[in-house]
Design a protein around this ligand. Sequence first.
Ligand code: AMP
Length: 191
Amino acid sequence: MINVLMFGPPGSGKGTQSVTLAEKYNLLHLSTGDMLRAELAANTDLGRKMAAIMASGELVPDEVVIDMIAHKIDSTTDKAGFIFDGFPRTVQQAEALQTMLEGRKMKIDMMLVLEVGDTELMDRMKKRALVSGRADDADESVINNRIAVYRAKTEPVIEYGRRAGVCHQVDGVGSIDEIFGRLCNHIETII
Ligand code: AMP
């Protein structure tokens, strides 16, 4: 089993790239953002509780996403591994993931960090807002907050990956196919 963390600020292309990488390498794509939006759409208790946090661009509590991920890992049998998209977003989540994987005789094999500058991110997010239907894409102050939360709380996870010797920085600017090729080159060093 291989475990790949797809990293990068909001709008860096993590979701788009994770979907095609998951297909190519038979990995389960685990997006905590998608899972939370599914809770919202199904109007569950959890969805209702998390709605305001998500609308503001802040992070939901660590335990919520850690439980979701543990449940998915334990209910998957037919895949070559996992690609984590938008998780872990804090050092605490990264530590919890590592412990969770170790308990199941796995590890974090690779962290891919998509690098995109802030001006390009804002441009992409505004374009995405026209098609995604996501409330948190539609408001410029929420987008700014999501980028600020990423820099403050999520970027430190990159240092965690560096110390673990699994961090690979990838240029996230270019065509979707070009970026996909760069990511595949990295993944193919571990399969
Ligand atoms: P995303 O689709 O990954 O941009 O996530 C959308 C929103 O869901 C984020 O702005 C957070 O409010 C919440 N969220 C998604 N993943 C996480 C996570 N790993 N930890 C905390 N909050 C998360």
